[in-house]
Design a binder for this molecule. Structure first.
Ligand code: CO
Length: 462
């Protein structure tokens, strides 16, 4: 059967390669062309794009979504959603999750890809219920990693639970690009035997094996693959859309995308890429193959974060040491898959362990919360000695972390009456309070400087 393609350059491509800095104008211009190519879907929103709009680009993320929707008449729009963390880095209360799913769908999202960094099914329940309630399609992504407990059987059991939960499709999310062709063959064969749901594969080219892995997965029952238009493909991003479209042409798997349309978008994306290479947002190091990834299991986004953290500390010479420390911290933490927010947490802790000269001398608050059970259940049990060293005698929680949270929206609405003109504003504030406060103050002309300026203008007009 024809393989379906999800174009990811406008979300994961620029998130992996150029720190999520592509602007709405750039994205809309490309989305408008790509809409005619015949994709199954385009991933254009979620992940780090929301944060990046508010924090770095002075853009309204909701406006971006509406503008993309307006130019995409033919293609389903997909977003990435981190379970109870949504697009942020902590657990949010159920009322925030529910309203966020509602507004994402209302503003133009068709498919919400939901995952939990720990594959803790309890963290998926609310977003799945809400997405279905508002008519969205639910895709649940299994965070893929290798460890003594992450076997084919583990993922097959997870897939069965996910099917029961009400997912419309299942994605294997290999954020670090560590899935080998042989492992993909075993995994997709196992999944295909045990679920009727469409299966998708999301990989990264960091380790240099992703195309081979995609092909093995396709031959073993994978229905959908994620690819990036070539300028933003490979390196720490996904394989090239055009390459797959051509490689599978003439076979039963041929995706059948319109290559003229892809070629039409190519120069536009190439020009954008050159801009980010020139301004340093695209580190050329992210473009080349790094087989060490297969050993260290560091996803693309995390790799560029580690580089910038070390650069800021003037410690790029410790890069290899930090890379070696990452799997050790991961093992100590019970083998969490390295995906947001766990990738940042484990990465930062690895940097601290190396730069401090003593392991766990300083421990980030997030790692402490993780050990207290606030992110969910660790995949493997954690050594009590490590727990004791980091959180002392405090007893970790065992319930669903969000069960401890009271509704958050009423307090946000009460706190910022002048900045909230719609639910979308309230959600921006609920997710990224400080960044959204600054952004919305500018947007609605409530900054002190702006007020004075407006008064002056009025005076002048008199
Ligand atoms: Co990815």
């Amino acid at each position: 059967m024809a393989v379906k393609i999800v174009e990811t350059s406008l979300r994961d491509g620029h998130q992996s390669l150029c720190a999520t800095r592509m602007t709405t104008d750039e994205i809309v211009a490309m989305a408008e062309i790509l809409d005619r190519a015949g994709y199954y879907a385009m991933e254009v929103w979620g992940g780090a794009t929301f944060d990046s709009c508010l924090r770095f680009l002075d853009e309204d993320p909701w406006e971006r979504l509406r503008r993309i929707r307006a130019v995409c008449k033919n293609t389903k729009l997909q977003m990435l959603f981190r379970g109870q963390n949504m697009l942020g880095y902590r657990n949010y209360a159920d009322d925030v999750v529910d309203l966020f799913c509602k507004k994402s769908i209302e503003n133009g999202i068709d498919i919400i890809r939901i995952f939990d960094a720990l594959n803790d099914i309890r963290n998926l329940r609310q977003p799945v219920l809400s997405t279905k309630k508002y008519g969205g399609s639910v895709q649940i992504a299994l965070s893929y990693t290798t460890s003594p407990i992450h076997t084919v059987e583990y993922y097959v059991n997870l897939a069965k639970e996910i099917e029961e939960l009400g997912a419309d499709s299942i994605c294997v999310k290999d954020m670090a690009g560590v899935l080998t062709p042989a492992a993909a063959r075993a995994l997709f064969t196992g999944l295909r035997k045990n679920t009727k749901l469409p299966l998708e594969l999301h990989g990264h080219c960091t380790g240099g094996i992703c195309e081979m892995t995609y092909l093995a997965a396709i031959e073993s029952g994978c229905d959908i693959i994620d690819t990036c238009l070539s300028p933003l493909s490979n390196g720490t991003a996904q394989p090239s859309t055009q390459a797959f479209n051509l490689a599978l042409a003439g076979t039963l798997d041929a995706p059948g995308l319109d290559s003229k349309v892809l070629n039409e978008c190519e120069p536009l994306m190439e020009k954008t890429k050159q801009k980010y290479l020139a301004n340093g947002m695209l580190n050329p190091k992210a473009l080349s193959v790094n087989p060490n990834i297969l050993t260290y299991q560091v996803p693309g986004g995390m790799l560029s974060n580690l580089m910038s953290q070390l650069k800021a500390q003037n410690a790029m010479d410790r890069y290899d040491e930090v890379l070696k420390e990452v799997p050790l911290v991961r093992k100590d933490m019970g083998y969490p898959p390295l995906v947001t927010p766990l990738s940042q947490m484990v990465g930062t802790q690895a940097v601290l362990n190396v730069l401090m000269g003593e392991r766990y001398k300083i421990v980030a608050k997030e790692i402490k919360d993780y050990l207290k059970g606030r992110y969910g259940k660790s995949p493997a049990p954690i050594d009590p000695v490590i727990i004791k060293k980091i959180i002392g005698d405090e007893k970790p929680i065992t319930c669903r972390p969000a069960d401890l949270l009271s509704p958050e929206m009423p307090a946000i609405r009460k706190k910022y009456p002048e900045l909230i003109k719609c639910d979308e504003d309230a959600l921006s504030l609920a997710l990224f309070e400080n960044e959204a406060k600054d952004f919305l103050s500018r947007k609605y002309g409530l900054e002190e400087d702006t007020e004075e300026f407006e008064i002056n203008v009025k005076e002048l007009k008199k």
